[in-house]
Design a protein around this ligand. Structure first.
Ligand SMILES: [Ca+2]
Ligand SMILES: [Ca+2]
Length: 298
């Protein structure tokens, strides 16, 4: 080909490449910025992710929103909950799948943060009996996030807020509605959790940590680190930390859910772990979910 045609093509190519490079750099910068900060009304947990300050509420266009107003978005459809959280990425122009349904690992990171802060314990004493649970609110139904304490008697144990660091609280982690979790972090569809996990019948009652760690409630399909407190205390688990009901139903329709609900009694709590088919009548009006936003290079 004539030299001037070659030159023309070369210049054109380089111009296109330069434009591509600029566009790529711009996208990388947008992604970097998107991975730096929590969305509004999400609370930062460690360095890796942020969590909705309240359970998800049903916003305009059926997108989950983090707001004190409105009562929780109730659902017995775990796949819908997962899709709703992930749908925020496209809706808000997030380049990676940073919005997602909370995973069990993330739930546990929060739970361990909660148990390590004395303000979350009744009596403000670490390991001093039990953690706030809000497991028995007086209207006996899911509430919006306007009223911190719904105890008939105003006791601290009914406070709906738990500290996740020295300054910030997250609402209703151990009350209001159960929360569906994705067993493993990431992925386009829900991971329901391990199967083949058999327990005896004594799983529906409040238990001590010693009971849970003992044979009575051990679940061979789930590692203790996936659901138990990190602090070994003889008092921990007597009430209101939710160490009950570890197995539940083992059929393929079952999913893992955590935290207890509004009238769960002493079974509710931050470490509550259930696995059931949520389509059952027992769970009507008691189950919701919470989204996370993952930071950094995910
Ligand atoms: Ca809850
Ligand atoms: Ca997953």
């Amino acid at each position: 080909m004539p030299w001037f045609v070659w030159l023309f093509i070369s210049v054109l190519c380089c111009t296109v490449w330069a434009a591509d490079d600029a566009r790529l750099a711009r996208l990388e910068e947008i992604d970097r910025l998107q991975g730096q900060n929590c969305p509004e009304n999400y609370v930062k947990i460690g360095h890796a992710f942020c969590v909705m300050k309240w359970e998800a509420k049903r916003g305009p266009g059926d997108y989950p929103v983090a707001t004190a107003a409105l009562t929780p978005w109730l659902t017995n459809d775990p796949e819908m909950a997962k899709a709703a959280c992930r749908g925020l990425n496209v809706h808000l122009g997030i380049l990676r799948d940073r919005f997602d349904l909370i995973s069990n690992e993330e739930w546990m990171e929060i739970a361990h943060a909660v148990e390590a802060i004395k303000d979350n314990w009744v009596g403000d004493q670490l390991k001093g009996g039990h953690i706030h649970a809000n497991e028995n609110n007086s209207p006996m139904r899911p509430l919006d996030g306007q009223t911190a304490n719904v105890a008939p008697s105003g006791e601290k144990i009914f406070d709906r807020r738990l500290y996740v660091n020295q300054d910030e609280v997250v609402w209703d982690l151990s009350g209001n509605v159960f929360e569906i979790v994705d067993w493993t972090r990431g992925g386009p569809s829900l991971d329901k959790g391990p199967r083949g996990c058999a327990c005896n019948s004594n799983t529906g009652i409040a238990r001590s940590l010693a009971d849970v760690q003992g044979d009575a409630c051990r679940c061979s399909g789930i590692a203790p680190a996936a659901y138990l407190p990190a602090i070994a205390s003889p008092d921990l688990g007597k009430r209101y930390v939710g160490l009950a009901h570890i197995c539940g139903d083992d059929s393929p329709a079952t999913v893992v859910f955590r935290g207890g609900y509004h009238s769960h009694g002493t079974n509710g709590g931050i470490f509550f772990f259930g696995r059931e088919n949520l389509a059952g009548a027992n769970y009507a009006g008691k189950v919701g979910f919470r989204c996370v936003y993952r930071l950094g290079d995910i």
